[in-house]
Design a protein around this ligand. Structure first.
Ligand SMILES: Nc1nc2c(ncn2[C@@H]2O[C@H](COP(=O)(O)OP(=O)(O)OP(=O)(O)O)[C@@H](O)[C@H]2O)c(=O)[nH]1
Ligand SMILES: [Mg+2]
Length: 199
């Protein structure tokens, strides 16, 4: 399943626009600028499927991408200081609705920059998913920025901060196409589980 035919499906600005699909939806969440859209492009093997920006806070909607056996939802990033109170409130509402609606999402990827300590917002994201019993995996992004030994140490720190196991953290790099196989193997399991539950 390492090559997929990926295509943009639609954008949702509010709960009424969330899609209904037979396929499992995997949410891609994380801080603004952490590399969510880049990771989706890397997985899709397409450069400009999801919009990548040097300026944080560009993705304001839930953008859905069909990946063949599953759907990826590119979520707007959090923790971006330069947005208005109203914009933050809108974001919080969108996330509450997204993760609060039964059957909207099968699994979540929480992206954190491998070079940084996870923030309070990342911890809040973990707590939200845990409280909604939505399974999740951590993707440590921009792995190309560290050496192999540094990556190992960073993974331990990230796992500790987010109270999960080392095996729950996958090192990725959209530049170097790192973590692709591990992510697709994870997606395979998510699909199996989803189909099993629907029988
Ligand atoms: N070196 C390196 N840079 C990356 C990687 N992934 C993303 N970037 C860079 O990080 C910046 C942000 O990437 P995006 O993919 O737009 O991040 P995002 O999380 O979608 O950002 P928002 O939509 O604003 O929340 C861009 O300048 C990317 O080129 C990576 O694996 N390695
Ligand atoms: Mg984005």
């Amino acid at each position: 399943m390492l090559t997929v035919k990926a295509e943009f499906l639609t954008s949702a600005a509010s709960a009424s626009q969330f899609i209904k699909t037979e396929k499992p939806v995997i949410a891609v969440c994380g801080k603004s600028n952490v590399g969510k859209s880049s990771l989706i492009n890397m997985l899709a093997g397409v450069k400009k499927l999801a919009k990548v920006s040097k300026e944080p806070g560009r993705t304001r909607l839930v953008n859905y991408f069909d990946m063949g056996g599953f759907v990826l939802a590119d979520l707007p990033g959090y923790g971006f200081a330069r947005v208005s109170y109203a914009e933050k409130a809108r974001w919080a509402r969108l996330m509450e609705d997204f993760f609060g609606t039964e059957g909207t999402v099968s699994h979540a990827l929480i992206l954190v920059d491998i070079r940084r300590e996870p923030t309070a917002d990342d911890v809040a994201m973990v707590d939200l998913l845990t409280s909604r019993t939505i399974p999740f995996t951590i993707a440590a992004t921009k792995g190309d920025k560290l050496s192999g030994a540094q990556r190992g140490a960073a993974v331990v720190k990230i796992a500790a901060a987010l109270k999960c196991g080392r095996d729950d953290v996958i090192v990725t790099s959209s530049e170097k196409r790192m973590g692709r196989e591990e992510l697709f193997s994870l997606f395979g399991k998510v699909i199996e589980l989803h189909n099993g539950e629907r029988l």
